[in-house]
Design a protein around this ligand. Structure first.
Ligand SMILES: *[C@@H]1O[C@H](CO)[C@@H](O)[C@H](O)[C@H]1NC(C)=O
Ligand SMILES: *[C@@H]1O[C@H](CO)[C@@H](O)[C@H](O)[C@H]1NC(C)=O
Ligand SMILES: *[C@@H]1O[C@H](CO)[C@@H](O)[C@H](O)[C@H]1NC(C)=O
Ligand SMILES: *[C@@H]1O[C@H](CO)[C@@H](O)[C@H](O)[C@H]1NC(C)=O
Ligand SMILES: *[C@@H]1O[C@H](CO)[C@@H](O)[C@H](O)[C@H]1NC(C)=O
Ligand SMILES: *[C@@H]1O[C@H](CO)[C@@H](O)[C@H](O)[C@H]1NC(C)=O
Ligand SMILES: *[C@@H]1O[C@H](CO)[C@@H](O)[C@H](O)[C@H]1NC(C)=O
Ligand SMILES: *[C@@H]1O[C@H](CO)[C@@H](O)[C@H](O)[C@H]1NC(C)=O
Length: 484
């Protein structure tokens, strides 16, 4: 009877959301964003930076077996406010930054797709974007949506800066319609910071929407977003293709990452586990922004010496040394006559795939070598597939068991298990006891309890589980199974 009710409830809500078949969107999207995580070469990550080299290297790291993100289910690769050219073309088209993406975005988007990833881009609903002051999509809805579609974009986040006095409730539908008309199945992520209760009107037009302002990796910010999640009315909890987005995770970031919005990420290990636990039980998208590789620059061969040879040709026009490609005296190389491909220059591999037939200068030497890397704590948290399983479900998002009391949260899971988070925002340890009756189970029920951070079965219990001592700012994540 119980599972029938759950099944009916799940199918009743499924029809309300905007199921447009966007990839990896039926369940809360899991992925990675460039926001505080990329730098040119081996430099420390720069706030909101991306270029072709760093994006290619990040894709390689993302999918590497060594890191394990792909194996744990992460599929979304997002560029934030870093990619667009500061000027539109004379025809008004939005184009990728011509310095950082001299070959456009399609080579890196194709590359992400070839690795099984969905590719996401950022824009704003105003005239300019928020951080980069790049062009926003206002007044260019169809033109930009068609560009995104033609490049193969799978996810579009639309921010809400520099827009005048427009109402998001009338502006966001314009981009939603344009994306739909582009005929590509694109996930639309609304980012008006939760100000206008987007959970009340986001369903027909978007697959996810930010339910709060920007999250940064400080305890103050994390606690605020969690409290805001608790306040979302139950009837507007997430559902397939319609998720309340608590914003990017900064899991384990400290000085390795750039500061977001001027804030240094500085939480304790328990606080980072709390961030992941509460995002998971709230059925929020799990999109982490963290450096995922260690890089070193290999210096180029001394200047005024250059030799170059073709490794693999990528153009139809022939590549003939000395005629369509060759060396400059200063240690750089050139190609012309439409010769494009992969070269070895001074012993280093160099990609020269700029479109067109004119003469191009190609980088000759500075090679950035990266090894995939996240810290042991990030590995413990981001790859905790038991906590991820609490997130990756089609049921309504979790909420406090007693409205207004943030300490004990529950999410009903498909199949009848219940996920429980014992969350302690207090400045001291607190003892908590979860009553099975409060979860909707009969008082006589026998319930087995698994601790998802300890990865341990805690035993069988009747009536309640606890008291459990929860340290300050920590969260104990449990999965409960009813046996009778
Ligand atoms: C457009 O919207 C319709 C109705 O919601 C949906 O069925 C369809 O999948 C959407 N198409 C695209 C390309 O998103
Ligand atoms: C963390 O950093 C924020 C600003 O980035 C600061 O306000 C806060 O005091 C710091 N917290 C700790 C525990 O260092
Ligand atoms: C990556 O860098 C960190 C320090 O930032 C270091 O502790 C770690 O050993 C490095 N890993 C590799 C594989 O080089
Ligand atoms: C190298 O020489 C070419 C012309 O031979 C010039 O266009 C290019 O800017 C030079 N590059 C550097 C880094 O000086
Ligand atoms: C080309 O450059 C590489 C790396 O500097 C060097 O090892 C190689 O001997 C050079 N080849 C020729 C033919 O000069
Ligand atoms: C090459 O690397 C050096 C040292 O790491 C750096 O100063 C220089 O700007 C780099 N050149 C390019 C074109 O990236
Ligand atoms: C779980 O489902 C029960 C009905 O079986 C319902 O009473 C309860 O509110 C749900 N809990 C949550 C957190 O959605
Ligand atoms: C939690 O309970 C234990 C015994 O079960 C007790 O020793 C401890 O003082 C309690 N802590 C708090 C903060 O109430």
């Amino acid at each position: 009877m119980r599972s029938l009710i759950v099944a009916l409830a799940a199918s009743a809500v499924a029809v309300r959301a905007y199921d447009n078949n966007a990839p990896y969107s039926k369940l809360p999207p899991m992925g990675w964003s460039s926001w505080v995580a990329l730098g040119p070469g081996a430099d420390h990550p720069v706030f909101d930076f991306c270029d072709e080299g760093s994006v290619r290297r990040a894709i390689d790291a993302f999918v590497s077996d060594d890191l394990g993100l792909y194996a744990a289910g992460y599929r979304h690769f997002h560029l934030d406010d870093c990619w667009a050219n500061h000027e539109r073309t004379p025809a008004g088209d939005l184009i990728p930054d011509t310095t950082n993406f001299p070959n456009g975005l399609t080579p890196v988007i194709d590359y992400a797709h070839s690795k099984g990833l969905a590719f996401g881009l950022y824009t704003s609903g105003g005239i300019f974007t928020c951080v980069g002051l790049r062009p926003g999509s206002e007044g260019h809805w169809s033109q930009d949506a068609d560009s995104f579609a033609s490049w193969g974009v799978d996810w579009v986040k639309m921010d809400w800066c520099n827009h005048g006095f427009e109402d998001p409730k009338t502006t966001y539908p314009l981009m939603s319609k344009a994306l739909n008309a582009s005929k590509r199945h694109i996930h639309f992520n609304m980012c008006e910071w939760g100000d206008e209760n987007p959970w009340e009107w986001g369903d027909p037009i978007a697959q996810s929407w930010r339910m709060h302002g920007d999250h940064v990796g400080t305890w103050e910010s994390t606690a605020k977003v969690i409290a805001a999640s608790a306040a979302i009315p139950r009837q507007y909890s997430g559902r397939p293709y319609g998720w309340n987005d608590m914003d990017m995770l900064e899991t384990g970031n400290g000085l390795r990452a750039a500061h977001a919005n001027g804030k240094e990420s500085n939480m304790t290990d328990d606080e980072w586990r709390t961030e992941f636990s509460m995002w998971a039980i709230s059925a929020s998208p799990l999109v982490v922004t963290t450096p995922i590789m260690n890089c070193t620059n290999e210096s180029p061969h001394p200047a005024n010496y250059c030799n170059v040879s073709l490794v693999q040709q990528e153009s139809l026009s022939p590549c003939i040394e000395g005629y369509s490609f060759g060396c400059n005296l200063n240690g750089s190389m050139w190609t012309s006559e439409g010769c494009r491909g992969e070269f070895t220059c001074n012993g280093y591999s160099t990609l020269c795939d700029q479109d067109g037939s004119g003469q191009h200068l190609c980088e000759c030497g500075n090679v950035t070598k990266c090894v995939p890397y996240i810290t042991p704590l990030q590995r413990e948290i981001l790859l905790n597939t038991e906590v991820i399983a609490v997130n990756q479900d089609v049921t309504p998002q979790g909420a406090p068991v007693t409205p207004g009391d943030l300490s004990i949260w529950a999410r009903n899971l498909t199949g009848g298990d219940i996920a429980v988070a014992l969350y302690n925002p207090q400045a001291a340890a607190v003892n908590m006891t979860v009553s099975f009756a409060a979860l909707g189970w009969t008082t006589g029920a026998t319930v087995s309890v698994r601790d998802l951070w300890k990865h341990a079965d805690m035993g069988y219990f009747k009536g309640s589980y606890g008291p459990v001592s929860v340290p300050t700012h920590a969260t104990v994540m449990l999965r409960l199974t009813q046996h009778s």
